[in-house]
Design a protein around this ligand. Structure first.
Ligand SMILES: Cc1cc2nc3c(=O)[nH]c(=O)nc-3n(C[C@H](O)[C@H](O)[C@H](O)COP(=O)(O)O)c2cc1C
Length: 405
């Protein structure tokens, strides 16, 4: 029997199963279905304007060459935000004198494009304010249309000046409510803008830390709970919602739940993402975490950046702590605060060596909970585990297993 005339008319508009339009539509449907299944959970999203990060986790930017496109894209695929660190990308050591700028900017562009090609998720960059080419790296990130720029290690007072009217979220990193107030005041005054969110980094974080070495070593630095509470007071004093994101030592879903209950809208985690298959560093770097078994295996060094930093202990670290110097030639001057004529070693080279797995010539930055990492897993499994723990922690508030003291 011939189909009725109306059905024939409809069929004329329906693409044939092998038609590219049909394939595109069904692929789109398949993708959306996969996305819905993957993101079906009972945890609150971290909303930064129109960016919805779910589960509410930002993977912290990790230089040198620790969080590149590979890690950021894998994280972004899970619904979290993946962050590329702009510090020390490319072969900066071989760069002819004066050419670091072009090289650093081009390497960052390539890394962003690579991540975008690998994932449709949320991709941001971390730019330390202490980097010599901060302005150019910020401009390039804006031109490449990243979703967010996260910036600390110095005061990013000029960051909104690079925005060029785009809807890119700007997120400063602070270690105190006082610093946050200064940033809000300046941005408001000069750019009529407030931060889209703020990361509060406590003393247990990895990388360079905004505290004195002494306060870290004798445990007198304020703890993350105190700083988050103070920053929340400042954030809540503005009519615009500024999500507060807690960072430093957050290891599992119970820790995340702890900060959500305190009033944070999400967390930034870095150390935990090092021990993943997709993390861009050499296996020896990851093993430095796996080989740490107690808090004592993580220590504090004074970096030539002018800030202390948490690292995993090694013979090389002992050498540096004893004051031994590692002579070097610098043709790139990558940090505003580094004086290559007096610096005991080149921090960029030392970190690049570590990323390559040469831990006899470099050290691995690490958060104070790095010793809790006991295996290398795919990013997807890690995020799934964190989400399940967070779901359980939010539904069982009595069972408090938070690991942060
Ligand atoms: C290996 C490593 C490198 C890091 N590099 C940077 C960096 O280049 N810029 C920055 O702002 N923060 C850096 N951080 C800090 C993280 O982005 C993050 O805020 C912090 O480590 C969170 O604490 P957690 O590692 O305990 O989760 C680094 C952390 C680690 C572990």
């Amino acid at each position: 029997m011939a189909p009725p005339e109306r059905d024939l008319r409809l069929m004329a508009f329906m693409p044939a199963p092998k038609h590219p339009l049909f394939i595109a539509v069904s692929k789109g449907f398949e993708f959306s279905l996969k996305w819905v299944i993957m993101h079906a959970n009972n945890v609150p999203a971290l909303n930064i304007g129109d960016l919805h990060i779910n589960p509410p986790i930002i993977q912290g930017g990790m230089g040198v060459k620790v969080s590149g496109a590979n890690l950021a894209a894998a994280v972004a695929d899970t619904g979290c935000a993946g962050i590329i660190s702009s510090a020390g990308l490319g072969q900066f050591e071989d760069c002819p004198r004066g050419d670091l700028l072009g090289q650093a900017v081009e390497s960052l562009r390539q890394e962003i494009r690579k991540a975008r090609a690998m994932s449709d998720g949320i991709i941001g960059v971390n730019i330390m304010h202490v980097l010599s080419h901060y302005a150019q790296l910020a401009k390039a990130s804006v031109e490449e249309n990243v979703d967010l720029i996260i910036s600390g290690a110095g005061l990013p007072l000029d960051l909104p000046g690079f925005l060029d009217g785009k809807n890119i979220k700007l997120v400063p990193i602070v270690s105190s409510a006082r610093t946050f107030k200064i940033i809000c005041k300046r941005w408001n005054l000069h750019y009529n803008k407030l931060p889209d969110a703020v990361v509060v980094e406590g003393p247990k974080a990895g990388g360079h830390l905004g505290y004195t070495s002494e306060s870290l070593l004798d445990n007198t630095a304020p703890n993350l709970d105190e700083i988050v509470t103070e920053v929340l007071d400042v954030a809540n004093s503005f009519p615009k919602k500024i999500p507060v994101i807690a960072a430093g030592g957050i290891f599992d879903g119970w820790d995340i739940a702890h900060y959500l209950r305190l009033g944070a809208a999400g967390v930034q985690m870095a150390t935990r993402f090092v021990c993943t298959d997709e993390c861009d560093v050499d296996i020896n770097f990851k093993k430095a975490y796996l080989n740490a078994h107690s808090e004592d295996d993580i220590t504090i060094i004074k970096s030539p950046v002018g800030l202390p930093g948490g690292v995993s202990k090694s013979e090389f670290v002992e050498k540096v702590k004893r004051g031994e110097t590692i002579p070097f030639k610098c043709s790139y001057k990558c940090l505003k605060t580094c004086d290559p004529t007096t610096a005991p070693y080149c921090i960029a080279k030392v970190l690049a060596n570590a990323a390559r797995g040469q831990l006899d010539k470099g050290f691995a930055f690490a958060g104070s909970n790095a010793y809790l990492c006991d295996k290398i897993v795919p990013v997807k499994s890690l995020v799934q585990e964190l989400t399940e723990q967070l779901e359980e922690a939010l539904t069982n508030p009595v069972k408090n297993k938070c690991s942060i003291k």
